[in-house]
Ligand binder design. Sequence first.
Ligand SMILES: NC(=O)c1ccc[n+]([C@@H]2O[C@H](COP(=O)([O-])OP(=O)(O)OC[C@H]3O[C@@H](n4cnc5c(N)ncnc54)[C@H](OP(=O)(O)O)[C@@H]3O)[C@@H](O)[C@H]2O)c1
Length: 455
Amino acid sequence: MKQDLILTIFGSTGDLTARKLLPAITKLYKQKKIPNRTMIYALGRRDYTTEVYLNQMNEQAFKPLDLKLLSRLVTYVNMDITKVSDYDLIKNQIDSVKQESTRQLFYLAIGPDLFPIVSKNISDSDLVEIGNLNQSIIFEKPFGYDLASAKSINEMLWNYFDEKQIYRIDHYLGKEMIQNIMMVRFANRIFEDVWHNRTIKNVKIIAKEDEGILGRAGYYDQSGALRDMVQSHLMQIMSLIAMDVPLSYFSEDVKDEKVKVLHHLSFDADSLILGQYQGYLDEKGIHEDSKTETFVFFKASVNTPRFKGVPFYLMTGKKLDKKESLIIVEFEETSEQRKWNLPLSTNKLYIKIAPVDGVGLVLNSKVPGLTDDVETVELEYCIACNSYKNLSEAYEKLLLDCTQNHKTLFTRWDEIESSWHFIDQIKKHQKTLVQYASMDDLDPLIREKTGESMQ
Ligand SMILES: NC(=O)c1ccc[n+]([C@@H]2O[C@H](COP(=O)([O-])OP(=O)(O)OC[C@H]3O[C@@H](n4cnc5c(N)ncnc54)[C@H](OP(=O)(O)O)[C@@H]3O)[C@@H](O)[C@H]2O)c1
């Protein structure tokens, strides 16, 4: 039977496929968001049948997979993705079920070291034809290791594919509240006139994890927190918070404004704190004298007319007190402060990303009763509490957008290029790693350098 959608996964035996991609496809299919005639080819070097493959994936997944449904959709193809001679196997299968209108996605759920050889093989075997917009190729982060390696990967990709065919995933962009940043900023009149350096005092972008490296020593020890979290997720958030109003909300106009922010960044080298959690060197697979940072804090500036002079405090780390990702936009004190003669708080907008998505607004309010005292209150909207049944995972949204050729939530090359340029600047400033057991060891240092607390 001819198919309307064909998804081919390279690296199909990995955790990403088991934990994110197969559950996301299952949900999209059940909700009829993707065509009824969908086919998935899972490519792998392990000598599995489709049945054995799916059982193995079921064991790796966080939650049981719908094996009945997946066995109808998935075919496992045993091949070596590094050998072009093996590509006939998959090409013949795809050719037999595709028609001219079939949407074809090629998902590289593999490390970046395999991007060059797999891209070349895909092109040499005519699996993807340059310029055919029905065929898209999807790359997972990390996209490179530094600016030079990212450039060389990208130049290689442009030999084989048109930019319009390339989807670079940063899964944070598929998260509900990250998608919501633009809506909160630009669809609410109350923020329109205050989103600038005359009213905003500072911005904090925080991504704390309570877990360690969870057995991913090989990847993490090469990467560290700056490359793993800041270059991608935190820089993307900063550009969404600081961007100017785009000409339209179509993908390219939004990206044009985000890139302008990334081109105007600087950071305060004195504020930089790099840390490593106690016990990191005892983790399996970590080199005994590893200098990899598991914690980063620094103060950055966005030198645009809109945000010049507003400190952006960025912080991320592992083995901290709790899992929490959020953005705090703090506003200046009210001009009426003196007249009130009360301990007023500054207004704050919270954009909460994890563990629970939502928005909060901190206001001053009169304490109910006969006195004139003030109290700080938070108006809170918790997305998950209101729509828990329908809340979609980042990968559902991203895969759906790939099937529909929507590119807003995928990173364009110039975004990646400018964020790597920024990270390379930071990387030049080698700092002694602070050993930490918890945020209590780090927050006094942050306060000493900036006067701000990040707890
Ligand atoms: N897991 C996540 O949630 C997540 C989130 C964001 C980004 N990513 C990124 O996505 C990519 C895949 O992640 P993952 O967690 O799925 O990694 P993984 O569990 O290590 O799986 C890697 C996959 O690549 C295959 N592979 C590795 N070396 C190969 C080779 N030389 N030839 C052929 N196949 C090879 C593996 O096949 P075998 O099984 O045969 O070894 C496996 O299917 C990575 O770049 C990762 O950084 C992952």
